[in-house]
Structures are given as C-alpha cells and as structure tokens.
Ligand binder design. Structure first.
Ligand SMILES: [Zn+2]
Length: 122
C-alpha cells in the first residue's frame, strides 16, 4: 500500500492511502472507493479535494471535510475523525465497520470507542 502525503493550504500534511492504481482509502470510513479523495498539488499550489462522494460513508470531499485555508494544525484530521464517529453512529458501530477501519487504516477501534464513552467490543 502506498501512502500519499499531501500538503494542504493550512500547512498540514495529510495522508491518503492508495491500495492500487485506482483505489484509494476514504479518509473517513476507510472503504476503498473508486476515486482519489484528495489530490496532489500542482505547481506551487496546495493539495485539494476531488469533490467525489464516498460510496460507503457518503462524505463529499471538499464539502463536508472542508476546513479552510487558515484552520488550525490538525483541523482536517480532526474533522475526519468527527465524520468517522458520525458514520459509525449511523452504522450502529457494526462489527464490519470497525473491521474496515482497523484493516484499512490501523485505526484502533478500541481507542475510538473509549473516546466516545462506549463499551469496547469483544
Ligand atoms: Zn467513506
């Protein structure tokens, strides 16, 4: 798996995981969608969102995860985390959803559950 490190306008470097030629992990739900969520900068500009909609969590990159050019360090990662929690709530914290986060991202699901005050699963 390849990890793209992209620099965004507020100075942060974000990571987008690439599985193969055309599949990238959604930064929110970690499903391997068809398109690239965020793109490399061209020239001396910054990375930008694709405005694609994730087929799994339905987040539209650049809209729901828009944080603004002068946002604080870590703002986009934080926003993704908020959206991830919203999605997990919608999925009722289903086992497959937690697996998807763990397998495709290495997100510690127990960590998320603990933060949200949930009883850890198994
Ligand atoms: Zn998604």
């Amino acid at each position: 798996m390849k990890i793209l490190k992209l620099k965004i306008a507020n100075g942060d470097t974000i990571e987008i995981k690439q599985l193969d030629e055309e599949h990238y992990a959604c930064p929110v739900c970690r499903s391997f969608g068809y398109g690239q969520p965020w793109f490399e900068a061209e020239g001396d500009s910054f990375a930008g969102p694709s405005f694609d909609i994730c087929p799994c969590c339905k987040v539209q990159y650049g809209l729901e995860d828009s944080v603004g050019d002068t946002s604080q360090t870590g703002a986009l990662d934080k926003r993704w985390e908020e959206l991830r929690i919203q999605w997990l709530n919608k999925m009722d914290w289903a086992a497959w959803a937690l697996e998807q986060l763990k397998d495709n991202l290495g997100v510690e699901t127990h960590e998320i559950e603990r933060k949200e005050g949930r009883k850890p699963s198994a």
